[in-house]
Design a protein around this ligand. Structure first.
Ligand SMILES: C[S@@+](CC[C@H](N)C(=O)[O-])C[C@H]1O[C@@H](n2cnc3c(N)ncnc32)[C@H](O)[C@@H]1O
Length: 293
């Protein structure tokens, strides 16, 4: 089944709700989910669905639709916007092979706060399959650069540099290619650019960003202590003064506190605890913004 016929299908497989702190999901959000499931169970009536989405525009809810391919996922936001994502394998794409919960959570947050990005050029760090960057490109942002590491043999580096990078990070082979496929699946070739950016390269004094951005985003990008300095450098060097980094990360991951402490020395950091619920589980998240001084 090709991507186009997948997109015609409309039946529910999961529900995601972004809620504050660890508390219970608010009744309002659960009622939205129940009403949506009812429509799907009854008859998948597209007119009813359209009316439902018009009523619930802007609520922090995301629906996942059934597809016939395991590696192909499709989402429907409460505003009626859809997003299609092809996942890869760990062997080909490393940890960026699938969608992480923080990526879904930041996507929901972006859908609700799209006005903050109106007309902005945005950089995403550690895009993986590109869920948040693609969601950002569907908002009112101007241009979105999706970045990750990988495909080192195409970069024209000398042998020594390449080997040291490969050994340190086990650079994923097909991650950037899959990212490009997802940009195309969503028809965003005009709005999105896919680029290779290894955070560790940003540690060099000689590193110069292609551009300084007003907005940089990242979801679940910190999970190793040894990446904390490099990720901090990537954030700070790609932000212009007064620009903001938006981070959604699973709480308690190694390196997260170190990144936030680093950022606090260079600007203002604000942190909120959120949770992402689905129909059987929840993920504890930390949402942080850093505004460069
Ligand atoms: C846990 S995944 C999260 C992916 C995506 N943001 C999401 O939320 O679904 C972490 C991502 O960071 C990328 N990453 C890890 N180390 C990196 C580095 N040194 N430079 C660039 N990207 C890196 C991985 O390749 C992966 O795509």
């Amino acid at each position: 089944m090709n991507a186009k016929s997948e997109q015609q299908k409309l039946s529910l497989s999961n529900i995601w709700v972004l809620a504050e702190s660890n508390g219970p999901v608010r009744q309002e959000e659960m009622n939205i989910c129940k009403a949506f499931m009812q429509i799907c169970r009854e008859d998948n009536n597209k007119d009813k669905l359209r009316a439902f989405f018009a009523e619930n525009r802007g609520k922090p809810v995301l629906f996942e639709m059934k597809t016939e391919r395991k590696d192909f996922r499709k989402f429907l936001f409460s505003g009626g916007e859809t997003m299609s994502i092809q996942e890869g394998s760990f062997g080909d794409s490393g940890l960026g092979y699938s969608i992480w919960d923080a990526g879904l959570a930041l996507s929901i947050w972006i859908q609700m706060n799209g006005d903050k990005f109106a007309g902005r050029d945005v950089l995403e760090l550690g895009s993986g399959v590109g869920v948040t960057g693609i969601c950002m490109a569907k908002s009112s942002a101007n241009q979105v650069v999706l970045s990750d590491f990988g495909n080192v043999e195409d970069e024209g580096e000398d042998e020594g540099e390449r080997n040291s990078v490969v050994e340190r990070n086990l650079q994923p082979r097909n991650l950037l290619e899959n990212l490009l496929t997802n940009v195309e699946l969503n028809g965003l070739e005009e709005k999105c650019q896919v680029t290779r950016l290894d955070w560790h390269a940003c540690l060099a004094d000689s590193f110069r960003p292609v551009k300084e951005f007003q907005c940089v985003i990242g979801s679940d990008v910190i999970y190793y202590e040894e990446d904390a300095e490099a990720l901090t450098a990537a954030i700070v060097k790609h932000l212009r003064a007064g620009g903001t980094f938006f981070l959604m990360n699973r709480r308690g991951r190694p390196g997260l506190s170190a990144v936030l402490e680093n950022l606090e020395r260079m600007g203002k950091v604000e942190v909120t605890e959120l949770s992402l619920f689905n129909n059987f589980d929840s993920t504890p998240l930390l949402f942080a913004t850093f505004t460069k001084g």
